[in-house]
Design a binder for this molecule. Structure first.
Ligand SMILES: NC(=O)c1ccc[n+]([C@@H]2O[C@H](COP(=O)([O-])OP(=O)(O)OC[C@H]3O[C@@H](n4cnc5c(N)ncnc54)[C@H](OP(=O)(O)O)[C@@H]3O)[C@@H](O)[C@H]2O)c1
Length: 323
């Protein structure tokens, strides 16, 4: 397992993070523990959760965090694994109403601490932004939680580059690191942002990429395998397009990307999974894919990419551009 230092922190984490949105719900408790065990035994030390996982599947709230808390306690692994979790997600019934008041952020944080069974969260992300709220107020709230020792580091998820720049400039003026990682929708596929089902998500774009290149901030990629897009295309089991609904990952363009991914794989002896995940790791700043595996075979296959890092030329080739 390759390990990655997150700049401006003392966090050294596995180069593949395990996504846990389905733990305890779509994947039952025993199978969830088996996935967590297999990931940890392979050298995995970085988990991704959120207060809202997976409230869309269960009456009980925050089952993912509770499952991780139970696993950490059962395996006595507190302090051995870096747990990143997220709060301040909108209520699922009112996705258009942001929840980033100090009360909402701190209330979510307090519950996450309890669910995970920890005194301090290693990496606490804001799951969304509220562009209508001054960054100063948001950062002051996080700064207070940091000073109180409830979070070791903070990050953001689904923030646009302009707001990220403002937040970081303010944190620097206040004399603390502010965000140390940005969790964005990012993978090797071409993406049509207009086709996002949830418009509060923010995909990696040219502006965010430029920000990461300039500052070296760590990027944590979610939907890092585009839901298994390239593997499914290669196996001819991509679901049929939905009438009247454009594809998030346009098929023709991604069929061309798949050809190039295959060519790199044939030359370098790499699988589609390895090229797809190695594409993210091949960027000139720390980039850590979250793998959202629900089964042991998928997890084992994804872990074969733990040491794969594409060159700048290969990254450009996947995208069909000059390096
Ligand atoms: N910050 C945010 O807003 C946000 C949003 C979404 C997710 N996340 C985080 O990111 C994690 C992963 O998200 P995701 O599920 O969208 O990501 P993903 O890794 O792109 O998709 C997961 C799906 O990819 C397929 N897959 C995984 N490994 C595979 C393999 N080795 N070979 C073939 N197919 C494979 C499986 O599809 P099938 O099951 O269909 O076979 C699996 O369900 C979540 O658990 C969560 O921690 C964060």
């Amino acid at each position: 397992m390759r390990y990655v230092d997150i700049p401006r922190t003392d966090l050294r984490v596995a180069g593949l993070c395990l996504g846990t949105s389905h733990l305890g719900t779509a994947v039952d408790r025993a199978a969830s523990f088996a996935l967590l065990d297999a990931y940890y035994e392979a050298g995995g030390t970085f988990l991704d959760s959120a207060a809202v996982y997976a409230d869309w599947m269960s009456e009980e709230r925050s089952v993912s965090e509770k499952t991780i808390g139970a696993w950490l306690a059962a395996r006595r692994l507190h302090g051995q694994v870096v747990v990143g979790t997220k709060g301040a997600h909108p209520d699922l019934r009112t996705m258009h109403i942001p929840r980033l008041s100090p009360k909402e952020i701190l209330g979510d944080l307090e519950r996450s601490l309890r669910h995970l069974g920890v005194d301090r969260i290693d990496l606490y992300y804001l799951h969304r932004d509220d562009p209508g709220r001054p960054v100063e107020e948001i950062m002051d709230t996080l700064h207070g939680a940091w000073r109180a020792g409830h979070v070791r580091y903070v990050g953001c998820s689904n923030w646009r580059a302009e707001r990220l720049r403002q937040a970081q400039a303010y944190a620097t003026r206040e004399g603390w690191p502010g965000f140390v990682a940005n969790q964005a929708l990012w993978n090797a596929a071409a993406l049509n942002p207009e086709a996002r089902a949830d418009k509060t998500t923010v995909p990696m774009d040219a502006d965010l990429l430029a920000y990461h290149r300039q500052t070296g901030m760590a990027a944590v990629a979610y939907s890092s395998q585009a839901g298994g897009l390239f593997q499914k295309m290669a196996e001819g089991r991509l679901p049929a397009p939905r009438p009247g609904r454009p594809d998030l990952y346009p098929r023709e363009e991604n069929a061309r990307r798949l050809e190039r991914i295959r060519r790199i794989g044939a030359e370098a002896g790499l699988s589609i999974t390895q090229v797809t995940l190695g594409y993210l790791a091949g960027h000139p700043f720390p980039a850590i894919p979250i793998v959202g595996c629900k089964t042991l075979p998928h997890l084992r296959d994804s872990l074969t990419a733990a040491d794969t890092v594409l060159s700048a030329e290969q990254v450009a080739y996947v995208e069909g551009r000059e390096p």
